[in-house]
Design a binder for this molecule. Structure first.
Ligand code: GLV
Ligand code: MN
Ligand code: MN
Length: 407
């Protein structure tokens, strides 16, 4: 059985991690920034060296194509994202893109031609940190939202997606095209594989998500003369909502998760009762109905906090996708690939969003997970073992070959 080169995969990951490297060993490669452009350029350079043909679409997704023997066959795509969280790690996203490249390099070395063409894809703005929504590029490609509807979305400094895209030079003209299948390799970003000493996670699907932007308006006032019982303290209201989000996620079933990860307090001065707070809410669940019930419960909390804290609270949904299920035959091929190499494996559900979620709406899709140290991700200390990354890539290669066929 043909195998990928572990050192080459690791080398590419480490090279890429130098672009936007942080002092603590992580990566800060926010979407559509100058460092993101550098990362993209490096990836495109490697793809060209591997003989791939590059196409870029309007939202900046990069498709690197290796011809198949049957030009009429829809391509089998392999991808993930090169953007990172503000204090992200070396592997979240980058692994899936570099694993796709490693599959192609391996096939080149072995002189293997596939029947269907292959495409290594880097999706724009998977993280959803600088700009919402998460999985923006794959969402546009899949027709979940239009390019126009996201182009005006702004970051905290008021820069729009359209402006940032133009500046990077990655606003292309390629049109959406049909895919025969989509595969994505990723670190697990949670503790299950490591704790169970399992090498491969066979991903059945992903939790559904609802994200909100919340704006709380109270009134700035003096910290001394303003009596406690008349204050309109936006931060007290926000703090109570944080606890409510946490309570809801702790009390609802079906893998409920709830996070407030972003907060801006104004005027942010030690002797002013804060009159304005902006914050986010991220709810996740394995069942759509439970996800809705969590949001209904939050609405009740919002009304209560508004009244008791004498503030106004506006809540706007900025991301919604229901729980997704991947294609059983492709999931089976991931399982079969693990067995063929003798890797330990187990079925797993993804708590994280991935571009695979939107791809699964337009093409048969599957994911391969590998363990990461301590289950930690979205953190500069994120780490994974070279042998696990190689194992995931070998499984990916087998699954891709099964789907694409050999000439
Ligand atoms: C993507 O990284 C997510 O938030 O799940
Ligand atoms: Mn990711
Ligand atoms: Mn991420």
């Amino acid at each position: 059985m043909v195998q990928i080169k572990s050192e080459r995969l690791w080398g590419s990951l480490m090279d890429l991690a130098r672009i936007g490297a942080t002092p603590k060993g992580g990566v800060r490669r926010l979407t559509l920034t100058e460092v993101d452009r550098e990362g993209r350029d490096r990836f495109v350079g490697w793809c060209k060296e591997a003989g791939l043909e590059i196409a870029v679409d309007g939202i900046g997704n990069i498709f690197a194509r290796r011809a198949g023997t049957d030009p009429s066959a829809a391509p089998v795509a392999i991808g993930s994202h090169l953007d990172s969280q503000p204090s992200g790690g070396k592997f979240d996203g980058a692994y899936g893109v570099m694993a796709g490249l490693e599959v192609v390099r391996t096939l080149n070395d072995a002189g293997i031609r596939t029947r269907a063409p292959l495409e290594v894809v880097s999706w724009t703005n998977e993280e959803g940190s600088r700009f919402v929504p998460t999985c923006m590029g794959s969402g546009v490609f899949a027709g979940v939202f239009s390019l126009e509807s996201v182009s005006g979305n702004k970051d905290v400094d008021g820069i729009t997606v359209g402006e940032a895209l133009k500046k990077t030079g990655y606003a292309g003209t390629a049109q959406p095209h049909k895919l025969g299948a989509y595969f994505e390799a990723h670190i697990e970003q949670g503790p299950v594989l490591e704790q169970t000493k399992t090498t491969i996670g066979v991903v059945l699907g992903a939790l559904g998500q609802r994200w909100f932007d919340v704006a709380i308006t109270g009134q700035d006032s003096h910290a001394g003369p303003t009596p406690m019982e008349t204050r309109k303290d936006g931060l007290v209201a926000a703090s109570r909502l944080v606890l409510e989000v946490n309570r809801i996620a702790n009390t609802f079933p079906d893998y409920a998760r709830g996070t407030v990860g972003f907060m801006q307090v104004k005027p942010n001065s030690r002797n002013v009762v804060p009159g304005e707070v902006r914050m986010t809410v991220d709810f996740r669940n394995a069942k759509d109905a439970t996800l809705t019930a969590m949001c209904n419960e939050l609405d009740l909390s919002v009304s209560r906090v508004e009244k008791e804290c004498r503030v106004k609270i506006e809540k706007k949904q900025v991301v919604y996708f229901p729980p997704s299920e991947f294609a059983p035959d492709l999931v089976d091929s991931v399982r079969a690939g693990s067995k063929a190499f003798g890797y330990s494996h187990r079925d797993i559900v993804s708590g994280a969003a991935h571009d695979a979620v939107y791809m699964s709406r337009i093409a048969p899709t599957a994911m391969v997970f590998v363990p990461c140290e301590g289950g930690i991700s979205h953190n500069e200390i994120e780490s994974a073992r070279a042998e696990d990354l190689a194992a995931g890539c070998n499984v990916l290669l087998q699954a891709v070959l099964t789907k694409a066929g050999t000439a």
